[in-house]
Design a protein around this ligand. Structure first.
Ligand SMILES: [Zn+2]
Length: 119
């Protein structure tokens, strides 16, 4: 049987980072090493296989590194300096030049509020 879904764990954009890091699960609140995130395959009603990276805590339905499972360190970046290593996701990458660009967009504090807005 063939279908359009992928069951290759490393094709999944939510796979754990190559270099393990401490993570927190938004669903169960547990903290653990990212290498413990489990690849699980379920079958949908049509019998097709669907794979997901899952929180290893029994009974927890947290899914996906970067989705329900986040790095404990808010400054964490992967080995490429971004949030994931998907080759198609260059927009995830961070570099120092972005900080300079963000500063250029700062209006400088002279923000005027429209009095017609009711809140
Ligand atoms: Zn969890």
């Amino acid at each position: 049987m063939s279908d359009s879904t992928s069951c290759d764990p490393y094709d999944d954009p939510f796979h754990p980072p190559t270099i393990p890091t401490m993570v927190n699960c938004l669903h169960c609140g547990e903290q653990y090493d990212s290498y413990l995130i489990e690849w699980r395959i379920i079958h949908n009603r049509d019998g097709a296989e669907l794979g997901f990276w899952c929180c290893p805590t029994p009974g927890c339905d947290g899914l996906g590194f970067g989705c329900d499972i986040l790095p404990a360190d808010p400054e964490w970046r992967d080995e490429r300096g971004g949030w994931c290593d998907d080759d198609d996701a260059d927009w995830y990458d961070y570099d120092d030049d972005d900080d300079a660009d963000a500063a250029d967009l700062d209006p400088g504090g002279d923000i005027e509020f429209d009095d017609d807005v009711p809140f």
